[in-house]
Ligand binder design. Sequence first.
Ligand SMILES: C[S@@+](CC[C@H](N)C(=O)[O-])C[C@H]1O[C@@H](n2cnc3c(N)ncnc32)[C@H](O)[C@@H]1O
Length: 155
Amino acid sequence: MRIDIVAAGRLKKGPEAAMVDDYLARFARTGRGIGLPPVGLAEIEGRRGGGMTAEAELIARAIPAGAALVMLDERGQQVTSPEFAARLAGFRDAARDVCFVIGGADGLDPALRARADWQIAFGSMVWPHLLVRVMLAEQLYRAATILAGSPYHRD
Ligand SMILES: C[S@@+](CC[C@H](N)C(=O)[O-])C[C@H]1O[C@@H](n2cnc3c(N)ncnc32)[C@H](O)[C@@H]1O
């Protein structure tokens, strides 16, 4: 199994980048004992003014072949952290690669969204894509702790 995040935008050094690095490092440490590999991160930077379709082509190229596509979108399904963890465990147990996709300022191209195996939302409000990256990294770490039975998550 491999786990990737394909995200629009390049994260400069700063608090968001530090948080993403920290949560993904914690995920790698916790995941090691429970069959979850470290998360790969591909940042997609479209040409200024290139538009959603051009960005979608770059995103599509970065998605590993055969991976289950989990798209982050405010219109997606809202799930609890334990449900998210269970789904991640399902991909692991099926030895299925999984790729999380986060769009840019204009959102994800509808044709790309149509390819999603699962669309999830962190609430129905729109968040900046860089914050969504932090939130996804934290939820991945939280999921790993739930699966490992460690006390980070409390219902
Ligand atoms: C600034 S938002 C784009 C919003 C855009 N107006 C749209 O119509 O989709 C950038 C990206 O962040 C992610 N995102 C924003 N809000 C989200 C939410 N509530 N849940 C999940 N992902 C979200 C999505 O991947 C989105 O493509």
